[in-house]
Ligand binder design. Structure first.
Ligand SMILES: *[C@@H]1O[C@H](CO)[C@@H](O)[C@H](O)[C@H]1NC(C)=O
Ligand SMILES: *[C@@H]1O[C@H](CO)[C@@H](O)[C@H](O)[C@H]1NC(C)=O
Ligand SMILES: *[C@@H]1O[C@H](CO)[C@@H](O)[C@H](O)[C@H]1NC(C)=O
Ligand SMILES: *[C@@H]1O[C@H](CO)[C@@H](O)[C@H](O)[C@H]1NC(C)=O
Ligand SMILES: *[C@@H]1O[C@H](CO)[C@@H](O)[C@H](O)[C@H]1NC(C)=O
Ligand SMILES: *[C@@H]1O[C@H](CO)[C@@H](O)[C@H](O)[C@H]1NC(C)=O
Ligand SMILES: *[C@@H]1O[C@H](CO)[C@@H](O)[C@H](O)[C@H]1NC(C)=O
Ligand SMILES: *[C@@H]1O[C@H](CO)[C@@H](O)[C@H](O)[C@H]1NC(C)=O
Ligand SMILES: *[C@@H]1O[C@H](CO)[C@@H](O)[C@H](O)[C@H]1NC(C)=O
Ligand SMILES: *[C@@H]1O[C@H](CO)[C@@H](O)[C@H](O)[C@H]1NC(C)=O
Ligand SMILES: *[C@@H]1O[C@H](CO)[C@@H](O)[C@H](O)[C@H]1NC(C)=O
Length: 479
């Protein structure tokens, strides 16, 4: 800027040659080798004259010192050659100074900062062409040294393939040239620094890896999937995140919809959250994998979700059952022997564990077999007489007794309404062994079709309401 102003001033006032010190370099060379200095000049070179001075003394060309154009050769550098070299370039209007502070050292390899940054696993070529070392005469040989030891490699270009950390070091190219029948050597240093390549991070499904969900058919469901996409915003452009069901695209099912949220966290790690909304669980969704897939050029990954028919109830059932079996066995024995109700026993032992969330008006839903078969009258007796007396009058429990409390017929179809309001189902079977698979619910409906029976059991099962099966006389507990 200062120089530009000077130049401008010079032009305006037509003052004769003005000097601008524009350029300064520090360099190192080694004793005995040839040293080449370059005169920087921005001036139009048509009428350019150059003068070199060293420590204020004008340099004159000699057999040891050669000047050609903007270059100065010190052919056999000695320690006393160290100093400040100034090149003054002048055309008729302007002058420029180019300064070089030269340090001459003993040794074989010069050093000044000239760093080459190379990415690990890249290929790289270091070139020692005539811009780096311009020579007089003829090049005989170009040698490559590393850490000041010969590598044995020759040639203007030095190739590094698949660069690794072990390639780091101080390289020197040595050009041997023959000028006026004498061999000279000029050296130039390069420092190779290898930049460690960050391992490419492959995309990965973080959640789920392989998960099983227990659901009921017809349910609404959302499957969540979290994936790591990669490092850097650009990774998300080339990444696909999608759900498949058993290797089929979800578009085949109108019940399935997916949505995606991309999130960039610290260190530009990019994550994706994909949600698969299932409006209705179809029967064919069970037992096949839902695959959350992430795919980009670095790789791919998949997480699996399996849907399984809700056997949670069965699990909790088993727990309740094992509890109940002991309680009920005792209770039923007491019922028969001492006429103490089993529901109370159940309530006393298990009711405490119940969460208060259950707002069920009926403590029990009592179903009993009513048929023209032996034992059915005792079942009826237990259901209509003993249980109400024991539980309702003495213990103030509220029962829904099939037959008694059904003004209108409660069929298998709306049994679930009562079930949902009951804490426990007590099914009383007659004491005989015959016709157990026939469970008439009321007089008007003496025999149930097998499908209705199955429906009844599946309703009870899916409602999650514990079932006590009581067989009068023998006492039988089935769950
Ligand atoms: C060159 O060396 C001199 C003296 O040692 C120092 O003051 C200057 O900052 C150096 N210049 C550069 C460009 O390194
Ligand atoms: C000297 O160099 C400057 C800068 O390049 C240029 O503008 C000017 O015309 C030159 N003078 C002559 C006489 O060539
Ligand atoms: C060169 O001369 C200038 C003045 O002309 C002086 O300031 C400087 O110290 C001298 N440098 C050397 C190395 O003699
Ligand atoms: C001027 O430039 C030509 C070619 O660009 C070059 O050969 C010549 O040596 C230069 N002259 C000076 C004095 O720098
Ligand atoms: C450089 O000079 C030294 C003495 O100063 C001499 O021994 C040596 O042979 C010379 N080398 C060349 C290449 O001229
Ligand atoms: C490096 O060079 C080798 C051999 O020429 C070539 O196979 C490889 O693809 C190159 N690697 C890169 C990163 O350019
Ligand atoms: C480069 O080197 C690394 C280990 O240093 C190796 O794993 C890789 O396969 C090499 N690549 C080529 C193209 O040789
Ligand atoms: C290169 O040489 C310089 C100066 O001698 C030294 O400080 C540096 O540690 C060297 N680098 C390597 C990689 O050897
Ligand atoms: C100069 O170098 C060449 C090639 O390296 C060699 O054959 C020749 O003998 C050398 N001459 C002298 C005088 O050292
Ligand atoms: C997923 O888990 C199930 C058991 O939970 C196992 O049988 C199956 O091999 C697992 N699949 C994969 C891909 O890990
Ligand atoms: C983020 O980068 C910083 C430093 O670069 C590092 O200390 C930190 O552990 C990184 N965090 C993660 C999550 O990679």
């Amino acid at each position: 800027m200062y120089c530009a102003l000077m130049l401008l001033t010079t032009v305006i006032f037509s003052v004769s040659a003005f000097i601008c010190a524009e350029h300064q370099v520090n360099t190192t060379t080694v004793k005995g080798e040839a040293t080449i200095l370059f005169c920087e000049s921005d001036l139009n070179n048509e009428t350019l004259t150059l003068t070199w001075t060293k420590d204020n003394h004008t340099l004159q060309p000699s057999p040891r010192i050669r000047i050609q154009g903007q270059l100065l050769w010190l052919l056999n550098t000695t320690l006393s050659d160290g100093g400040l070299y100034v090149c003054l370039s002048t055309n008729s209007t302007f002058s420029m100074e180019s300064r070089t502070l030269l340090d001459v050292k003993d040794g074989l390899c010069p050093y000044f900062e000239n760093i080459k940054l190379i990415l690990e696993e890249d290929n790289f070529t270091i070139s020692c062409n005539d811009e780096v070392i311009p020579v007089l005469g003829q090049i005989m040989e170009v040698q490559w040294w590393k850490d000041c030891k010969s590598t044995g490699k020759q040639g203007i270009d030095f190739n590094l393939y698949n660069v690794s950390m072990s390639d780091e070091g101080n390289y020197t190219c040595k050009v041997i040239f023959r000028y006026e029948d004498i061999n000279y050597t000029a050296s130039y240093p390069f420092q190779v620094t290898v930049i460690k390549k960050e391992p490419v991070k492959k995309p990965r499904v973080l959640q789920p890896r392989n998960k099983t969900l227990h659901v009921k058919p017809g349910e609404e469901l959302k499957l969540e999937c979290t994936v790591f996409i990669g490092i850097g915003e650009e990774t998300k452009e080339e990444t696909n995140i999608y759900w498949m069901i058993n290797d089929n695209f979800i578009e085949a099912y109108p019940e399935l919809k997916e949505s995606l949220i991309i999130e960039t966290r610290e260190n530009v790690s990019v994550f994706g959250h994909s949600t698969l909304s299932i409006s209705k669980v179809l029967p064919e969704f069970f037992g096949v994998p839902f695959q959350c897939t992430v795919l980009n050029p670095s790789g791919g990954d998949m997480g699996l979700v399996w849907l399984s028919q809700d056997d949670n109830t069965i699990h909790s059932w088993l727990i309740i059952v094992s509890l109940l079996i002991s309680v009920t066995v005792v209770g039923a024995v007491l019922l028969i022997v001492f006429k103490i109700d089993l529901i109370l026993a159940y309530r006393l032992h298990c009711g405490k564990n119940k969460t208060p969330q259950e707002e069920r008006p009926y403590n029990a839903y009592v179903l009993y077999l009513q048929c023209k078969c032996p034992g059915s009258s005792s079942a009826e007796d237990l259901a209509l007489r003993i249980l109400p007396k024991m539980l309702e009058q003495q213990h103030h429990l509220k029962l829904f007794i099939q037959g008694r409390d059904t003004e209108t017929e409660v069929g298998v179809t709306n049994i679930s309404d009562v079930l949902s309001q009951s804490k426990v189902v007590v099914l009383i079977l007659p004491g005989n062994d015959g016709e157990e698979n026939l469970i008439p619910l009321n007089q008007g409906q003496n025999r149930l079709e097998e499908s209705q029976l199955a429906g009844l059991f599946s309703d009870i099962t899916s409602s999650g309401v514990p079932l006590l099966l009581v067989k009068v006389g023998k006492m039988l507990i089935i769950l």
